[in-house]
Structures are given as structure tokens and as C-alpha cells.
Design a binder for this molecule. Structure first.
Ligand code: ADP
Ligand code: 5GP
Length: 204
């Protein structure tokens, strides 16, 4: 991988997709890793854009063939990040955003030590529940199941590199953008540029 990997996690309904959409409209050079999943598409989702929607049989074949850098069962469905999807973004010289759960985040960190892990918190559990309900993309049973898992899922935030509180959306996206911009200024990231300017004379 030549680009940087940014993993974004948080409970269902906290605003991850909204923040990522907004971030990508404001910040250049950011690709998105489209995961594979066995869950059914929502009304506003497109195959190949939001997810690659596949059946369990295909997903298990992909696991067997080693197609996934990480995969996990989340809310009783399979989700996975494919090597080929990541490579496709990286080959275009893009940094890659992954919207994946905390099991996936751990696996990505093990595989790519320099990946940056960002957790999105809701202002409160009550607000999270309200957002999940008002999004109105899932039936009542699904919303209930996701909400039940939220409190436990939130405990994972402590081992992430960064935490963003998504209360005011504009502020939250600004914070996300700041993390990415500051990482782009890191010395190790700037080495090719330094070499362009002063040649190979850098002290280590
Ligand atoms: P996730 O991808 O984390 O499951 P979504 O991005 O789908 O969550 O957001 C869930 C709902 O919350 C959507 O209806 C979205 O418009 C809304 N939302 C996201 N961020 C905010 C915010 N800061 N304030 C109010 N509503 C928000
Ligand atoms: P949703 O069904 O709401 O789109 O996503 C449910 C959960 O699955 C979210 O926490 C999301 O971050 C996670 N998720 C989406 N894609 C992947 C993936 O490829 N791997 C893992 N581990 N989790 C994923």
C-alpha cells in the first residue's frame, strides 16, 4: 500500500457514512473501500457503490480463497474488506477510508501498522437512538438489535488513535479533515517531497 489507511468506526446510526460523504466532498485524494456484505441493500444503496452485496455462499468462497484482508460477522451478517478493493484505491495514489467495525479495525491495524484508527461517538445514547430511528432505513427489529449492541460497542473507543464526537456535523467533519491533513504532513509521509527538494542528503 502506498497510500494511508484511515479506519472509521462507531455504533450504527452515529453518522459515519454522512461524515465520510461530507469529508470526501471537501478533501481530495481520498478513496473509499467498498466492503462486501451479505446483508440486503437498503432503499438508497447501490451495489458496487455502498457495498458489494453478495450471498453467503459467495462470501464464504471469498474467505476460503483468502480474498479478504479482514472480515467479521456484524449484527448477524458478514462484512469484509477485500485485498483487491484496497489495492484498487491505493494504485490510484489515494488514501483509503474504511468504514468498518472494531473487530475489523483491530485486524487492519495488525496488517497495516501505520493505519490510523478513528472512533465516532454520539453526544448521548438517547441521541444515537433518535438518529437510528429517524434515518428510517431499517425495520424496528433491526433498529432495536443494533441499538442493543451500541453500549458494548462504544467501549471499544478507548483503544482507537482518535475520537470524534459527532454532535455538530460541521465540527465533526472539520475534526476528521484535520486528522487527515495533519497525517499528510508527517515527516515519513513527506520523505519523497524532501528528496525532490534536497536530494538524498537527508540525515536519518
Ligand atoms: P452510520 O453510517 O454511522 O450508521 P449515518 O451516517 O447513516 O450513520 O447517520 C445516521 C443518521 O443520523 C442519518 O439520518 C444522518 O443524516 C444523521 N446524522 C448524522 N450526523 C448527524 C449530526 N451531527 N446531527 C444530526 N443528525 C446526524
Ligand atoms: P451497516 O449495515 O450499517 O452498513 O454496517 C454495519 C456495521 O458493519 C458498521 O459498524 C460498519 O462499520 C461495519 N462494516 C461495514 N463494512 C465492514 C467490513 O468490511 N468489515 C467489518 N469488519 N465491518 C464492516
Amino acid at each position: 500500500m502506498t497510500g494511508w489507511i484511515y479506519v472509521i468506526s462507531g455504533p450504527s446510526g452515529v453518522g459515519k457514512s454522512t461524515m465520510i460523504r461530507e469529508l470526501r466532498s471537501q478533501c481530495e485524494g481520498l478513496g473509499y473501500s467498498v466492503s462486501h456484505t451479505t446483508r440486503s441493500p437498503r432503499a438508497d444503496e447501490t451495489n458496487g457503490i455502498n457495498y458489494h452485496f453478495v450471498d453467503t455462499d459467495i462470501f464464504q468462497k471469498m474467505i476460503h480463497n483468502g480474498a479478504f484482508v479482514e472480515w467479521a460477522k456484524v449484527y448477524d451478517e458478514y462484512y469484509g474488506t477485500s485485498f483487491s478493493g484496497l489495492r484498487e484505491q491505493s494504485d490510484q495514489g489515494l488514501d483509503v477510508i474504511l468504514d468498518i467495525d472494531s473487530q475489523g479495525a483491530k485486524n487492519i491495524k495488525n496488517h497495516f501498522r501505520e493505519s490510523v484508527l478513528i472512533y465516532v461517538l454520539p453526544p448521548s445514547i438517547t441521541v444515537l437512538q433518535k438518529r437510528l430511528k429517524e434515518r428510517a432505513t431499517d425495520d424496528a427489529k433491526t433498529i432495536h438489535a443494533r441499538f442493543q449492541k451500541a453500549a458494548k460497542e462504544l467501549q471499544n473507543c478507548v483503544w482507537y488513535d482518535y475520537i470524534i464526537l459527532n454532535d455538530d456535523l460541521i465540527k465533526a467533519v472539520d475534526e476528521l479533515k484535520s486528522i487527515i491533513i495533519s497525517h499528510r504532513c508527517r515527516t515519513d509521509r513527506m520523505r519523497p517531497k524532501i528528496k525532490d527538494i534536497i536530494g538524498d542528503k537527508t540525515k536519518s
